[in-house]
Design a protein around this ligand. Structure first.
Ligand SMILES: Cc1cc2nc3c(=O)[nH]c(=O)nc-3n(C[C@H](O)[C@H](O)[C@H](O)COP(=O)(O)OP(=O)(O)OC[C@H]3O[C@@H](n4cnc5c(N)ncnc54)[C@H](O)[C@@H]3O)c2cc1C
Length: 428
């Protein structure tokens, strides 16, 4: 099994331009022995590495490129608790006890991130400022009322927003209804993953960048992970490669559909414009199937993102569409420059749930965050670290990976699906 990780252009990424520096790391040369070898230095890999190291395990992390090369260096920085499924749906799927335990785990995912950041003093502009999910249609408004009811019943600090209150919180009246989840917040996503790396290194983790795992094989009762100039040996392996999984372990690739999510950002806005957009400092993402997500960063830049492409090719047209959507909401943005643009891959699973699986004896994978990975990838990394050390403090359902049917036809299927969703979003 061999790996390939696509390179792409992030030169106009806002996060690259404003992130805290990465700790110094080097490629693996020669042999590294550990209890656990982790492939991928993103949120999943590094939070797992940290949990393992804090429990006294020897850990080596192998990253093909740089820390946060995947989605942690590219996402919207919105720290949102919960999954795409509402609490009662999870309980219906898993039964009362397991379902409610999962609701507690996922509902606490944002608190867990902010607590980790505070504990380790990670410098990443983190603020638990609350997330608004505005409804784009009457049907979506009903869903939101129900969602807020279910979380309120579980004592989550959430509230419905409508009319003038919603318009004043968003700074626009284009949405009909919404809800505010105060557990959520914002951070600089690349600074966060670099901070996690720094903390993991301080806890004793060995972290090698520019070290793609090219082959994993069983050898003398252990797992051997080859890289171009070295090899790692461990009793257990964690595959934390999510939407950036290559051919190293093909089962991970057919378990998800990959869509490209795209973002663009302004320069720091003049105060008068800045004060009118999301004036209470919340972040937002709407209910469309191909959703818009938007926020303002610590320096007052407006950032908007959206889904849509089925490949890593992103045309000027996609950025222009996002900018037009932003101007529809906030007409004052019509005359500002948009110097930043970037994109990344999102992995979507068949059941819209993240998957935790033992894909071979002692080889674990956690992936498929469906666009909600800042809090959930951190959480699943910690869950896995806890599981591998027999901690039993956190639990997530373990299941086999399920290949997406007709995965080989994903290109045309995704393009058709995106066009269909766009049509439904326009009609509803
Ligand atoms: C544009 C965009 C916007 C998003 N916005 C949000 C948001 O606002 N809020 C939210 O919660 N989620 C968001 N997400 C999703 C979230 O970012 C991801 O779910 C999360 O970052 C996944 O992290 P990870 O650690 O599991 O994987 P990643 O870190 O993405 O991936 C794996 C790492 O593995 C490495 N790798 C791959 N193959 C190998 C190999 N063979 N050897 C060694 N290393 C390898 C890659 O280089 C990469 O660094 C967004 C995603 C994107 C792309």
């Amino acid at each position: 099994m061999t790996a390939a990780v696509a390179a792409d252009d992030q030169s106009l990424s806002l996060w690259r331009a404003t992130a805290a520096p990465a700790p110094a790391t080097a490629a693996l040369e020669g042999r590294a022995e550990a209890d656990v070898a982790i492939v991928g230095a993103g949120y999943t890999g590094l939070s797992c590495a940290l949990a393992l190291a804090e429990a006294g395990r020897e850990v080596v992390v192998l990253e093909a490129q740089e820390i946060g090369h995947g989605a942690p260096g590219r996402n919207g920085g919105q720290v949102i608790p919960g999954l795409k499924h509402d609490p009662e749906e999870l309980v219906a799927r898993l039964g009362h006890e397991r379902g409610e335990a999962l609701v507690r785990l996922t509902g606490g995912a944002a608190d867990r991130v902010f607590a980790l950041i505070a504990k380790h003093r990670i410098d990443c502009a983190a603020t638990q400022c609350g997330w608004i999910q505005p409804a784009h249609s009457a049907a979506a408004a009903k869903t939101i009322v129900e969602r807020a009811r279910q979380w309120t019943a579980r004592h989550a600090p959430v509230e419905l927003l409508a009319g003038a209150r919603l318009a004043s919180a968003l700074g626009t009246d284009v949405y009909r209804a919404g809800w505010l989840d105060r557990r959520a917040g914002a951070l600089q996503p690349l600074s966060y993953v670099r901070g996690l790396a720094r903390v993991a290194l301080a806890a004793g983790v060995r972290l090698h960048t520019q070290s793609p795992a090219t082959q994993i094989m069983r050898d003398d009762g252990e797992w051997l992970v080859r890289t171009p100039r070295g090899e790692g040996r461990a009793r257990q392996i964690v595959l934390a490669t999510d939407a950036y999984s290559g051919a190293l372990w093909p089962e991970l690739v057919v378990n998800q559909l990959i869509v490209t999510s795209v973002q663009t950002a302004t320069a720091p806005l003049p105060d008068a414009i800045r004060r009118a957009i999301l004036p209470h400092g919340n972040v937002a993402s709407d209910t469309r199937r191909l959703l818009y997500y938007f926020r303002v960063d610590a320096a007052g830049r407006f950032i908007i993102g959206g889904r849509g492409s089925a490949t890593d090719e992103v045309s000027e047209r996609v950025y222009a569409t996002l900018q037009r959507a932003a101007i529809r909401m906030y007409p004052a943005l019509a005359d500002v420059q948009w110097p930043c643009r970037w994109y990344g891959r999102v992995g979507i699973t068949r059941d819209w749930l993240p998957h935790l699986a033992e894909v071979a004896p002692g080889v674990w994978a956690a992936l498929g965050y469906c666009g909600r990975g800042v809090a959930m990838a951190t959480t699943l990394g910690l869950v896995l670290g806890d599981m591998l050390t027999g901690g039993g403090r956190l639990a997530y359902p373990v299941a086999s990976l399920a290949p997406i049917p007709w995965h080989a036809l994903r290109g045309p299927m995704l393009r058709a699906g995106i066009a269909y969703y766009r049509m439904l979003d326009t009609m509803s």
